[in-house]
Ligand binder design. Sequence first.
Ligand code: LIP
Length: 281
Amino acid sequence: MGTDAGHHDGSADPAALLDLAVRAASAAADLVHRRRPDRLDVGSKSSATDLVTQMDRAAEDLVRRTLLSERPDDSVVGEEGGTADAVGTSGVTWWVDPIDGTTNYVYDHPGYAVSVAAEVDGRTVAGAVADPTHDRTYGASAGSGAWCAPGDGTDASTRALLRIPSPPPLERALVATGFSYDSLRRAEQGRVVAGLLPRVRDLRRMGAAALDLCSVAAGRVDAYYESGLQHWDLAAGALIAAEAGATVTSPAGGGTAGSVLVAHPDLVAELDALLTELGAT
Ligand code: LIP
């Protein structure tokens, strides 16, 4: 299916892209969860705590093959891709985090996901997050809502629509966050958390941005904020949260790349002001 360079593939229908994202994400989630090897080859990347395993690479290869077998003219950007990233001509770019929450995966701790998002003209139009340890899949396409389904999410009849609930007052909000792999950034983030903890109900640090975002969408936390993330961490989960009715912005009002603040529209400004007061960037 060829297109002229820079012209968009007419088949970039968000519903079709979502269907493909769900199949790719759930196949990779099944691989890493059910075929977890007895021995993981664990390496590190940006710091000694930024881990990567052979299963991250295997999962990304599977997602890449699944996507490009059906849409060979698309671009694919993956966390582990490096030079393998495919540069396409269709105008559709896929953003892939093959295991979001790799530290949890290495420790066999529940809370890791495969995140696959499709972007057209810089706008995420479809996204899927497969959560194998909880045996559920989240999905959304732009303008058509967000859902959560048991298992691999391929049976549309099992997809439950997600709408975030009305929020509690900030002092009774359950807030998720996460931390950098850089120790100096972690020290700063720890100072913000120390100021935030007495001002809200409680905090949750689940270790996977994609699942934090889906937790907002599903009403399992009232808000989520973090900085220093990559686009592949955020793309699918941010669409799912937005389609569930959350406001998706950046802390401190900035448009800082990789920084995110997600909450109900009636809670986000107050939390943003508190994070700004505490020095979050
Ligand atoms: C993780 C993020 C998480 C963050 C972790 C890590 P990874 O991504 O999803 O929100 O707090 O430090 O960056 O590295 O597991 O793909």
